[in-house]
Design a protein around this ligand. Structure first.
Ligand code: IPM
Ligand code: MG
Length: 351
């Protein structure tokens, strides 16, 4: 019996709708080819919707969405809204309130032509960053004392629970076990942020249960340096929410740019949220210049999570063969039309 998937689609702000359009073309083509059904529900949440209705993300939509199999998201963020309001209200809401504690961010170089680092090849850049997704300063309320005065104090705590720390570290060990190198690097800043001693201790405890995994540790500043100097040192890395956010933008650059990097926000047993890691690029809205490959890659990650392995391999393979073929010579925004890149992936997929 063929499967049927209910997918919530949130195209969002800026270039979100454009990259989503290409993502959905590939989604439909793969479903047809691999014989599964799709029932898509589009949700309008984002800045435009908020400006028109003052609504950010209604409870009723959340209740509807949690019954579905996956969420596909384009991009959120628009300078017409107060900083962070819609990002926290849409992406933050879905990650935190659905308890999607894993943010999985693969970083893979498909061809050396796209790497800004000297002498690095695809053999050097093939890693996964496992970013904690439900704790840290991200989920704390900012506090402004004596706001606007000379005595103002602003704070937003970096807060970690043992349960939250343990589940992300355990998940990262499981990912490491699936990889040929079986290496796991803990990245933190426990020498300065002593609260992260919790990561140090829990990592050591969980490591005892995975004797086959080769473990290592780096502070976030050194890890950022290695990412540029020696990316081949990374196989799987686990880190906190804020550091994972920052480091994966560096990762995106070494794999060819923000136009390529995708992510999966998951919690085993629950529905996942799949999205490009890039923002909404408001200045480029409607210009058909944004690169849709990250969104298409998020579609592949969604297939993988849904158990449609063949479709996942086919979509990922279509991106890889396109980038290896020499047809695409630049991944800079505007080098190709958004729709043109979508066409090229579809052509590879149909080969
Ligand atoms: C990301 C983004 C988000 C984050 C923003 C939009 C809130 O940068 O997914 O990496 O910081 O997590
Ligand atoms: Mg980010």
């Amino acid at each position: 019996m063929s499967q049927n998937y209910d997918i919530a689609v949130i195209a969002g702000d800026g270039v979100g709708p454009e990259v989503m359009r290409e993502g959905l073309r590939v989604l439909h083509a793969a479903a047809e080819r691999f014989g599964f059904g799709l029932n898509l529900t589009e949700y309008p949440y984002g800045t435009e919707h908020w400006l028109a209705t003052e609504e950010i993300f209604p409870e009723s939509a959340t209740r509807e969405i949690v019954e579905q199999d996956a969420i596909l998201l384009g991009a959120i963020g628009d300078p017409r809204a107060p900083v962070g309001l819609i990002e926290r209200g849409v992406i933050g809401h879905l990650r935190w309130d659905l308890d999607l504690f894993v943010n999985l961010r693969p970083i893979k170089l498909y061809h050396e032509r796209f790497c800004p680092l000297k002498d690095k090849t695809p053999a050097d850049i093939d890693m996964v960053v496992v970013r904690e997704n439900t704790e840290d300063a991200y989920v704390q309320q900012p506090v402004f004392e004596d706001k606007g005065t000379a005595d103002e104090v602003a704070s937003q705590a970096m807060r970690y629970t043992r349960a939250g720390t343990e589940r992300i570290i355990r998940y990262a060990f499981e990912i490491a076990m699936t990889r040929p190198r079986k290496e796991l690097l803990l990245i933190d800043k426990a020498n300065a942020v002593r609260a992260q001693d919790l990561y140090t201790r829990v990592f050591a405890e969980v490591a005892e249960e995975y004797p086959e995994v080769k473990t290592d540790h780096a502070y976030i500043d050194a890890a950022s340096m290695w990412m540029i100097k020696n990316p081949e040192r990374f196989d799987v890395a686990v880190t906190t929410n804020l550091f994972g956010d920052i480091l994966t933008d560096v990762g995106a650059m070494i794999q060819g740019g923000m136009g390529l990097a995708a992510s999966a926000n998951v919690h085993p047993g629950k529905l996942g949220l799949f999205e490009p890691i890039h923002g909404s690029f408001p200045k480029a809205t409607g210009q058909n210049t944004a690169n849709p490959l990250a969104t298409i890659s998020a579609v592949a990650m969604m297939f993988e999570y849904l158990g449609e392995k063949d479709a996942a391999v086919a979509v990922d393979g279509a991106i890889a063969s396109l980038l290896q073929s020499g047809t695409v010579t630049s991944l800079k925004a505007g080098a190709y039309g958004t729709n043109e890149l979508g066409d090229m992936v579809l052509a590879q997929l149909n080969k």
